[in-house]
Design a protein around this ligand. Structure first.
Ligand code: ADP
Ligand code: MG
Length: 256
């Protein structure tokens, strides 16, 4: 282990893969992120829960700089987030993101959806990208759909393709923002199963979800947000069994 640089103003995040330090963000008058401190270790699965409007999506979006911050610092794998240009594109390739809406390219096949990033951004040869894409599509259970278009697949299948597409970039961390919220109930499990498998394989994951079963099974840590702040964080056992704050107790009483 090399010595950490000291005396440098750039945050290194220590041994964290993702580190947010004293992060503040405003949307006009709205203080949407309030002094957020969050360190995510390599291989850790962090579930973020909290009421609607508490800042969960904004938090995710700051990590791949889809949103800028007003104060504080964010680092990925010891490097401060680049502001723009090629370095920013590089960073985004290292942070996989899966949204509530699947956001697949409608006029490209499933296979093309998964190979596009690796070919264009990573510069991988088409044949190699296709081999890898087919492996990933098999892994998420949609290998037989590779030549189809997104609209020909169910919502659950499309979301699994979106996960495969993110994984094809070989990200260091995967962010999931309510990945099952837009799905019919019978399709939720097939997506959660893929996520549980990914967690078991050691992927570093930040997951915003209302699926408390997933949080209990797969999370190393639950982070509870309310009104832009992290109110409480704990292991799932402790958080669900013994929530400390009134806000968390109130929230859990409504969803459990
Ligand atoms: P959550 O994901 O927890 O529901 P969000 O991060 O989406 O919360 O939103 C937090 C707050 O910020 C909400 O009050 C929302 O209306 C507001 N907000 C989100 N995005 C924007 C934006 N681009 N401009 C202004 N306000 C926003
Ligand atoms: Mg949200």
């Amino acid at each position: 282990m090399t010595a950490q640089q000291t005396g440098s103003s750039a945050p290194t995040g220590g041994d964290s893969l993702v580190a947010l330090e004293n992060v503040d963000k405003w949307f006009g008058e709205l203080h949407v992120l309030q002094d957020i401190n969050l360190r995510i270790r390599r291989g850790e699965v962090v579930v973020v829960i909290g009421p609607s409007g508490s800042g969960k999506s904004t938090l995710c979006r700051t990590i791949n700089r889809l949103e800028t911050i007003d104060k504080g610092a964010i680092s990925l794998d010891g490097q401060p987030l680049p502001a723009e240009g090629k370095a920013l594109a590089q960073l985004r390739a290292e942070v996989g993101m899966v949204f509530q809406s699947f956001n697949l390219f409608a006029h490209k096949t499933i296979l093309e959806n998964v190979t596009l990033g690796p070919i264009k951004v990573r510069g991988i040869a088409k044949a190699e990208a296709e081999t890898r894409a087919r492996e990933l599509l098999d892994r998420v259970g949609v290998g037989h759909q590779a030549e189809k278009y997104p609209a020909q697949l169910s919502g659950g299948q499309q979301q699994r393709v979106a996960i495969a597409r993110a994984l094809a970039m070989e990200p260091k961390v995967m962010l999931f923002d309510e990945p099952t919220s837009a799905l019919d109930p019978e399709m939720i499990k097939e997506v959660l199963d893929v996520m549980v498998d990914l967690a078991k394989r050691g992927m570093t994951m930040v997951v915003v979800t209302h699926e408390m079963g997933f949080a209990r099974t797969a999370a190393d840590r639950v982070v509870f947000m309310a009104d832009g702040a992290i109110v409480e964080e704990n292991t799932p056992e402790e958080f669900f069994g013994n929530p400390r704050s009134d806000r968390a107790r109130d929230f859990l009483s409504k969803i459990l």
